[in-house]
Design a protein around this ligand. Sequence first.
Ligand code: SAM
Ligand code: DTB
Ligand code: SF4
Length: 327
Amino acid sequence: MQASSLSAASSCAQSAPVRRWTTEAVLALYEMPLMDLIFRAQQVHRENFDANAIQRSALLSVKTGGCSEDCSYCSQSARYDTDLARERLMPIGEVVAAAQAAKDKGASRFCMGAAWRGPKDNDLDKVLEMVREVKALGMQTCVTLGMLKDGQAEKLKEAGLDYYNHNLDTDKEFYGQVIKSHTHDDRLDTLDQVRDAGINVCSGGIIGMGESRKNRAALIVQLANLPVPPESVPINNLVPIPGTPLADNPRLDPFEFVRTVAAARITMPGSWVRLSAGRQEMSDELQALCFLAGANSMFYGDHLLTTGNPEVDRDDALFARLGLKAV
Ligand code: SAM
Ligand code: DTB
Ligand code: SF4
């Protein structure tokens, strides 16, 4: 997994060389003694970032539930009985008020999520207005709306969108076992459209869905080997949702989560690695280990989309205890 296991190729989008990772090389990272792995991740982190600065995004579900898609982990799929009330697209005034409140508490980016396979054009128009108004508050903007059709990414760019979140979620080989209504290639198509429109890419995955360590390593490789790696890489720990097929999945060893963060940091040195879903169940000590392994971004606010996140007061206390600063 040292430099010798990488081959350089030139990139069209950026003049810096593209690092081509193999699953074997990333598996070798996972198999390092944990202290050595964290030390290496921390070295890479310090070469590229301020190790005490954490980016904070607030999240809001602007369209909840009733999604046509069959994603076995998701509370919002209409295919499972998850006890979630289906809601219409939120009125713009409520969205802007939530963004202002998030800004006042110290979030730098506002991410709006919709439970869609992809946006219809008339829904997209309403989201464009949300992007414009949130941007006008002086916040960075992010949306996650599912798969995009031709021309939609360009409209989002024109409205001032900074980031589009669209996760690869899991290894291409494992994808069909958890997501049955669209493909890994569909996800890649949307990522291409976002990249081509000049919007920053936010793409990561979920771990703890029953995938193997090799699957986890392969997901990291698929993200790192994109023509340009995502600027933001959310690593989600599965939040088990009653009523979904993954509700009773065995919990993953938390150190495996830390190893995944470290692998993301080492393979994507210039990316913001986000400690994402699953933080509510993590101790402060485990979160500190994730920061040491190279995580430098988080969701900040009392809720994710349909599930909870640590309370702002608890996060503020954690930042104070660890001497972290928000960016
Ligand atoms: N419908 C859009 C899509 O699928 O891209 C946007 C919303 S979707 C809820 C956004 C992401 O949330 C998913 O790609 C997945 O990574 C994450 N997610 C959803 N349910 C989760 C769960 N139970 N645990 C962890 N992450 C989850
Ligand atoms: C991401 O990678 N994680 C966020 C955000 N992008 C959209 C979503 C997490 C959802 C967790 C389950 C829920 O709250 O419904
Ligand atoms: Fe729909 Fe996204 Fe949930 Fe899949 S992950 S069911 S596409 S909201």
